[in-house]
Write a protein that binds this ligand. Structure first.
Ligand SMILES: [Zn+2]
Length: 425
């Protein structure tokens, strides 16, 4: 009898431990690489562009190896958080509720600033010698809450759906973060930047249809259960400190997983030791992991790096090479470069720049509103009829189906309006 009760107790304990473990072990930290593979399949020319992008980054890093001017300044990235939830009553907060609190959102901004500023406090094996302040900071500008009946989204294929439900704010001005419930396997995902050489002639801006499409989904997507810290909505004991977002924003700034997404692959950063594979584990004691990638030499993996898959508590490093790579991307990616330029403006004027003019296919727009003030964009024809819905994201406007003629591009904030004329031919 006693034995049977003990074995029942044991079975119960085992069940609890298996369930507890299963809950945390089935997830994959990041879907960015898989999402990217799908993008490449749909658009094979992107592979070529990606290779040229890598070349542009390497050239930039070589050319700037003495000066490193950009890496010396602090850049503040304005952030818009899109909360897409399925609570019909719109109640905010509480366990299991995707309509997360403002407190949880602000906690994520705090985590980003600590991690990118190297003030997170954790001291791992590599931290003292190699962790740096990246010179990148984040400022919450707006929270947009939208109800949608969808119970969960795919981080690999549903970026377009999320962008339809809660349209991105200008992606050459803001980092857009969509927070929602993802398929249970994944914590988050992001869109890799397109990098090109910026010249006076092109202003670095492509106007192909793909660019247009990519602009509307440019940002990161995070499951609300892993967004921020210290919230009832966060139940994982492994991914509970907001580092899923730190990791995904790293991809958005051009960083690659430290194992290079292949056995002993490269992330193009010399100061992250080559790793055999990802550190995908439920071990929150941060046990050392070793790799043997070159001959017989055994090296210690940098499991503390934000671009590994380690549990949140084990992460605390961006290296100097990663910092310089991010700053190279901020200089070379057209949308990121424009964002940086705007983040340094101090004027109180609403600025609107549209081109080319006349235009045949795609009108490109740059808008600067002081103090991150909200604004809407609408387009009118010569008769004063509105030809587009009001929107907050018109970085690219497809005019191929517009009858040729004169149009007005109108941008409105609470106290300022700027109207620009353009010709479609
Ligand atoms: Zn990743």
């Amino acid at each position: 009898m006693k034995n049977r009760r003990n074995s029942l107790l044991l079975a119960g304990l085992l069940l609890v431990s298996v369930l507890g473990k299963a809950q945390d072990s089935v997830v994959t930290r990041c879907a960015s690489t898989e999402r990217d593979s799908v993008r490449l399949l749909r658009n094979p020319s992107l592979r070529n562009l990606r290779m040229r992008s890598e070349g542009a980054i390497q050239n930039y890093l070589r050319a700037n190896s003495g000066a490193r001017t950009n890496a010396g300044e602090t850049i503040t990235i304005p952030v818009v958080v899109h909360v897409v939830h399925n609570r019909t009553d719109n109640v905010i907060g509480g366990a299991g509720n995707g309509n997360i609190t403002d407190g949880q959102i602000q906690s994520q901004i705090d985590v980003l600033n600590e991690d990118y500023g190297n003030t997170s406090g954790y001291k791992g094996y590599y931290t003292d010698s190699l962790a740096v302040d990246t010179g990148i900071r984040f400022k919450l500008v707006s929270v947009v809450r939208t109800y949608n009946e969808t119970s969960q989204f795919s981080p690999i294929t549903d970026a377009d759906d999320l962008a339809d439900i809660s349209p991105a704010w200008f992606t050459n001005r803001y980092l857009n973060i969509w927070v929602t419930r993802l398929n249970d396997r994944y914590l988050g995902t992001s869109q890799f930047p397109v990098v090109s050489e910026i010249t006076d002639r092109t202003q670095g801006l492509a106007t192909s249809e793909n660019e247009e499409t990519d602009a509307s989904t440019d940002g990161v997507i995070i499951d609300f259960r892993y967004f921020g810290r210290d919230s009832e909505a966060i139940t994982s004991r492994i991914y509970n400190l907001g580092r899923t977002t730190t990791h995904e924003v790293g991809h958005w700034l051009g960083l690659i997983h430290i194992w290079g997404d292949s056995t002993c692959g490269t992330d193009y950063c010399d100061d992250t030791p080559t790793a055999n594979t990802k550190n995908e584990t439920t071990d929150v004691s941060c046990t050392p992991v070793y790799s043997q990638c070159r001959g017989n030499a055994v090296t210690r993996n940098m499991i503390e790096n934000y671009m590994d898959y380690s549990p949140d508590v084990c992460m605390s490093i961006f290296t100097n090479d990663q910092k310089e790579r991010m700053h190279a991307v901020l200089a070379l990616s057209p949308r990121r470069a424009k964002m940086v330029e705007y983040s340094q403006l101090t004027t109180d004027q609403l600025l609107v720049d549209i081109y080319p003019n006349p235009v045949r296919e795609t009108l490109t727009t740059n808008i600067f509103a002081p103090d991150f003030e909200n604004y809407t964009v609408s387009v009118y024809n010569q008769k004063g009829q509105k030809v587009t819905e009001d929107a907050v994201n018109r970085t690219y406007l497809n005019v191929r189906n517009f009858p040729s003629g004169l149009y007005y591009y109108k941008v409105t904030t609470a106290n300022q309006t700027v109207t620009k004329r353009f010709v479609v031919r």
